[in-house]
Design a protein around this ligand. Structure first.
Ligand SMILES: [Zn+2]
Length: 474
């Protein structure tokens, strides 16, 4: 392997360590894939309709794999939610030596149900390799995330031995695909065990095959309903139509004020940014989103910034009579539900207030407008000037040999908000094992094996850099 530079005997050259880690991951990779295949065979689904025994088996199998890499403190834990037990999480700890940082490695071992078996080209719970990809439910989402942690830790202990002094906590959740119902109370209950300086969430996607990504922002979400009332009761449109407009027409006029003529959201008080560093070509967006020929795109700024850094408002439901039940009456009331994606950095409560103020002050023709707030979800943004994210971007670049993309996500990962709230000083890194073809949640879910090997290596390099004091360097 690489020769040692005599002047750096006590502080090994990071490039040497990187090469040794690469060799170690390469040598261990067939075993890592075999262990991943073993996990895919277990049908651990956290939905009520499925066998909870399988989910327990899944947690046991993960605990066993973690013990096999030399971590002794491995527990299977769960909390109750109103008397209903949550999914079994695996928490394993290797306590940091005094003064050393701790890294929490998150993934989840539960999977989505397989769906229609006829749509699968091979059995969903039999990991099957075809054309460099491993097919199977959970092969990517998120059993590959678990194996990235285990594989990285194994390589580090092999290459660095006792000089690997970082505290490592593995937190492998068992109910993510069921919406993490007990996540918050789990974090509160086991807060001391989970406390960390850096949290690596290996449950996202890379940019594309050959290009790694760190997911650095997630949009937030608020929703609610807007109701317009104009008459006390329905009246005959022939007798009364003309001097007063019906409620659906007025609701449509009110909805039309929510965007400006360019198609940008026109609600005062919402924040937005425009700093996407990658180019999402308009043609790609049009075909990915199945936009019909001739339809003009809405909004301003790059496509990536419109998707990741700007608010987006949609009307997702309406209560008005159906066409089949329509009659010649002036309708007294109509209601719509909106869903508003928030730019990273926007407070959900402030966004909700802004929507309320907008609809109440834009009542068309003096119609009575009532606003009912719904759900809220916080956005997320990585501070990419923090040492941990710089180390992660460097590690990805070293593993892939190309610069990593700082990607946003137009949707959200709800549990990230809980992590940021409970561990405000931790730096959160959202990394990926998937690529755009992984089809998580769908039939024929798969993992690109060569990309996965690089993901394992990147995580090992990141931990080695942290071990070398990278977090405290400026
Ligand atoms: Zn997942």
């Amino acid at each position: 392997m690489t020769s040692k530079n005599p002047s750096s005997e006590h502080q090994p050259d990071p490039a040497d360590v990187g090469e040794q880690l690469r060799a170690s991951v390469d040598a261990a990779f067939p075993r890592i894939v075999e262990q991943l295949s073993g996990l895919v065979a277990i049908q651990g689904i956290a939905w009520e309709a499925f066998d909870a025994h399988e989910l327990d088996r899944s947690a046991e199998a993960v605990a066993e794999l973690i013990r096999s890499i030399g971590i002794e403190d491995v527990r299977i834990l769960r909390v109750d939610n109103d008397g209903v037990p949550g999914g079994p999480a695996v928490v394993a700890r290797r306590v940091a030596p005094d003064g050393k940082p701790t890294v929490l490695l998150y993934a989840h071992h539960d999977v989505q149900p397989p769906g229609d078996p006829d749509l699968w080209e091979s059995e969903p719970f039999v990991a099957t390799e075809r054309n460099g990809r491993l097919y199977g439910r959970g092969a990517a989402d998120d059993k590959a995330g678990i194996m990235a942690h285990i594989g990285a830790f194994g390589a580090l202990t092999e290459v660095l031995g006792n000089s690997f002094g970082v505290g490592v906590t593995l937190f492998i959740e068992g109910e993510e695909e069921a919406g993490s119902p007990t996540f918050r109370s789990f974090l509160e209950t086991y807060r001391d065990d989970l406390e960390a300086d850096v949290i690596v969430v290996a449950d996202s996607s890379n940019w594309k095959v050959g290009v790694p990504a760190l997911t650095t922002s997630l949009r937030g979400l608020v929703d609610g309903t807007i109701e317009v009332q104009v008459l006390d009761h329905a009246v005959h449109s022939g007798m009364f139509g003309g001097p007063v407009l019906d409620a659906p027409t007025l609701l449509a006029r009110l909805i039309a004020t929510l965007h400006d003529d360019a198609g940008d959201v026109a609600i005062a008080g919402l924040t937005s940014g425009d700093h996407a560093t990658v180019d999402y070509a308009e043609q790609d967006y049009r075909s990915d989103a199945s936009v019909l020929d001739g339809v003009q795109l809405a909004g301003t700024g790059s496509i990536a910034s419109r998707l990741w850094h700007k608010p987006a408002l949609s009307i997702i439901g309406m209560d008005i009579p159906s066409v089949a039940l329509s009659s010649n009456t002036l309708l007294p009331r109509a209601r719509a539900k909106f869903s508003l994606r928030l730019a990273p950095g926007q407070e959900p409560a402030a966004a909700m207030d802004a929507v309320r103020a907008h609809v109440e002050s834009h009542a068309p023709f003096g119609a009575k407008v009532s606003f009912t707030p719904g759900e809220t979800g916080s956005p997320f943004r990585t501070d990419t000037t923090e040492p941990a994210s710089r180390l992660a971007l460097e590690a990805l670049e070293e593993a892939w040999g190309v610069q990593a993309v700082e990607a946003g996500m137009g949707g959200s990962i709800p549990f990230i908000a809980d992590l940021t709230e409970l561990f405000p000083s931790a730096q959160i890194l959202i990394t990926g094992v998937e690529d755009p073809d992984s089809r998580a949640h769908s039939a024929n879910e798969s993992l690109h094996l060569d990309e996965f090997r690089k993901a394992v290596l990147a995580e090992a390099i990141l931990l080695a850099r942290i071990n070398a004091g990278g977090l405290s360097r400026t």
